[in-house]
Ligand binder design. Structure first.
Ligand code: OGA
Ligand code: MN
Length: 384
């Protein structure tokens, strides 16, 4: 803690925002020595082993979604954050690229919704992957290439589509949730003590090296007794986990490729943010592409993770080398619950548009400015 000004960690008016800015700073770069790294053998005194539900998930079921047997997972809790769980990359070697391919090639397809739909016609956003992949699978030519649609992809929504303006989900904007991601989420939730978790909404955020995600709480779901799951692929990031009040000082941790986070119980409604994308620490884990690139994936019967074509593998590897994808999966409604007739009037009002309820990632300084001035699309309107 010596590296950060005492005023930052003690709390007070703006402790979270100060720490957010501390980690976002480029020049000079911040000291990362207080950032908890769950991939290390002894991450921090604050980290405790987490008990996983025994027998909830068979080895075969886990393997079908590309996960190691649950007994081999390295799962942790964090003192002071009951209900928060961090599973340090539980994926089987070779299975991450399949999930990355789903996130880049499959989930952006119709009927799912993405940021590019906001200002492009359906035919133009019809196949983002096919229109972009040529550049990603060729070695860099040295020339600056024009931005592809994949470069400009910032978010995708699945299932009940999150409305970024009203910050609500609704019954009349729903498409089928992807079965493979539903299954992966069920296995993770079961192992963490939440059998019957029903993945109903997904938000994928696509980060470039200068992107960040502002301080927010995910409270738009109607049933907060269900956990929120988060999957990270590609470059590492710093995640800040705060308290129930916006000013509570947060704890910083790395999220590496393959890491899974579960926010439940008292940690379900905590403020959090992603101030920075970082290269993996020296000697630490490397991106999904490098750790997982070549491992042959042995296929279980009924597997939802399929091997990649060479072209897809190369393109995914290129993408995850410099970019990050985060998938959050949410259950929106409790058993037997339905949407109210009119959108909920319960809204948390935060001083700034960039902070409060779930926001979209912003790119560098320009993204931040746009985010304040536009309620439609913060990230890429400048570029399309
Ligand atoms: C979110 C979120 C964190 C991340 O989408 O709500 O907090 O790691 N994402 O990108
Ligand atoms: Mn969130």
């Amino acid at each position: 803690m010596a590296k950060m000004a005492a005023s930052m960690v003690e709390g007070g008016e703006d402790a979270f925002r100060k720490i957010f800015k501390f980690y976002k700073r480029r020049n000079p770069p911040p000291d990362f020595s207080d950032v908890i790294d769950f991939s290390k053998r002894a991450p921090s005194d604050q980290v405790v082993p987490a008990a996983l539900g025994p027998g909830g998930v068979s080895d075969v079921e886990a393997a079908r979604v590309g996960l190691q047997p649950v007994r081999d997972w390295r799962a942790f809790g964090l003192q002071g954050y009951p209900g928060f769980m961090f599973i340090s990359n539980p994926f089987l070697p070779g299975s991450q690229p399949s999930w990355v391919r789903q996130c880049l090639k499959i989930y952006p397809r119709k009927p799912n919704v993405c940021n590019l739909d906001m200002h492009m016609s359906p035919s133009d956003t019809q196949d983002i992957w096919d229109k972009s992949v040529h550049g990603l699978s060729c070695p860099p030519s040295g020339k600056t290439q024009p931005k592809t649609l994949l470069d400009r992809l910032r978010w995708v929504t699945l299932g009940y589509h999150y409305n970024w303006d009203t910050k609500t989900y609704s019954a009349n904007h729903h498409t089928p949730f992807p079965a493979d991601l539903h299954s992966l989420s069920s296995q993770i939730a079961s192992a963490c003590g939440f059998p019957g978790f029903n993945a109903e909404a997904g938000i994928l955020n696509y980060y470039r090296s200068d992107s960040s995600l502002g301080i927010h709480v995910d409270e738009s779901e109607l049933d907060h007794s269900r956990p929120l799951l988060s999957f990270s692929f590609g470059t590492s990031a710093i995640f800040l986990l705060g308290g129930t009040r916006r000013q509570d000082p947060p704890t910083a941790m790395y999220m590496h490729s393959g890491d899974v986070m579960v926010m439940s119980g008292q940690s379900r409604l905590l403020y959090h943010a992603v101030p920075r994308i970082v290269a993996a620490p020296q000697g630490g884990p490397v991106s999904a592409s490098e750790t997982d690139g070549c491992g042959p994936l042995s296929q279980e019967d009924g597997s939802v993770v399929e091997p990649l074509s060479e072209q897809d593998r190369a393109a995914c590897s290129r993408y995850t080398h410099s970019s990050r994808v985060n998938v959050t999966v949410r259950q929106v409604l409790g058993p037997g619950q339905s949407f109210p007739e009119t959108p909920s009037s319960h809204q948390r009002t935060d001083a700034e548009q960039t902070e409060g309820r779930h926001g979209r990632p912003a790119d560098g300084e320009r993204g931040k400015r746009r985010r304040r001035s536009s309620s439609c699309d913060s990230v890429d309107t400048a570029e399309t």
